[in-house]
Design a protein around this ligand. Structure first.
Ligand code: OGA
Ligand code: MN
Length: 290
């Protein structure tokens, strides 16, 4: 693979792969190794339709299907649109749908509130706002953990962090947080440190959904969570991706915090996203409580 660094601390841009050519035996082994080692990969200017997107995602693991997870039975998989476009036009800036997109602008990890968390998000840009904005930003909780001040590390090393979807939504809008959709997953605890099963490097598994640390009061727990996220996302530690249509940006949810950036909400913006769930091979046992 012909690559260059995405950010000095993490990530690679891959210049010479057409993702339509990737199969389990051809190119994927190199991509998977780079994913484990570098945590984020950018493939500029791809020709991604839903079928290509799904085929790539299936190589990483089971497609995350929240509807099936919630129902406890098979439900047809659909590629998620991260979008303010609907059949009747662009959603209003104060619409709950738009507010939910704005909750993506808090530093987070996807799916930490689900019974099985996500390994990866594979995002691709389809429609971009003509006036710009709407970058997606990434920061490494592997290098963030390695450089974290010792007193903060001591509070997190053996910690169990609790996650709740409505917690992040409440930071944007109480009405959004009250929707049944935001309250259907029971609070979920995970150990704070996730050692990568291939490289052994530890990362902090934390999100805007993190609402408490086992054994600490709610206020103190939130202070520790906020301080840890703030450390990992110091401006110099952030990669900000300015999208072009066709770009594919993917990251390791075990080791990367991400957020969206605002745009003019009267303009359309549509990304397509597929998450894959983690499996035991991805080190799930190291964050699960017995
Ligand atoms: C996501 C997400 C951010 C963005 O798709 O999970 O957080 O920039 N997206 O839209
Ligand atoms: Mn997200």
């Amino acid at each position: 693979m012909h690559t260059s660094p995405l950010h000095p601390d993490f990530g690679l841009t891959v210049h010479d792969i057409d993702l339509r050519d990737v199969t389990a035996d051809h190119l994927f082994p190199d991509i998977r190794r780079a994913f484990e080692e570098h945590s984020a990969l950018l493939f500029p200017a791809q020709q991604m339709d839903d079928a290509t997107h799904i085929r790539l995602a299936e190589l990483f693991g089971p497609l995350e299907n929240r509807e099936a997870m919630a129902a406890g039975r098979d439900v047809a998989f659909e590629v998620s649109a991260v979008s303010n476009e609907t059949a009747s036009g662009v959603t209003d800036a104060m619409d709950l749908h738009t507010l939910n997109l704005q909750a993506n602008m808090l530093w987070h990890t996807d799916s930490t509130f689900l019974p099985t968390p996500a390994l990866i998000n594979i995002l691709t840009a389809r429609v971009l706002p003509p006036s710009g904005g709407g970058n997606t930003e990434l920061a490494s909780t592997r290098t963030g953990w390695a450089s974290m001040p010792a007193d903060l590390k001591a509070k997190l090393k053996d910690a169990v962090i609790w996650h709740r979807l409505s917690h992040s939504r409440a930071r944007i809008s109480p009405e959004l947080a009250r929707l049944p959709e935001m309250n259907k997953w029971p609070d979920r605890p995970w150990r704070a440190l996730w050692p990568n099963p291939v490289t052994g490097e530890e990362s902090l598994f934390i999100a805007s959904h993190s609402f408490s640390i086992e054994g600490l009061g709610l206020t103190e727990g939130q202070e520790v969570i906020d301080a840890a996220i703030a450390h990992c996302t110091r401006p110099e530690a952030v990669y900000s991706h300015q999208w072009a249509v066709g770009d594919v940006l993917l990251w390791d949810e075990r080791a990367i915090l991400h957020r969206g950036q605002p745009w003019d909400y009267s303009e359309p913006r549509t990304l397509k996203s597929i998450c894959c769930s983690v499996t035991e091979a991805d080190g799930l046992a190291s964050v699960r409580l017995v």
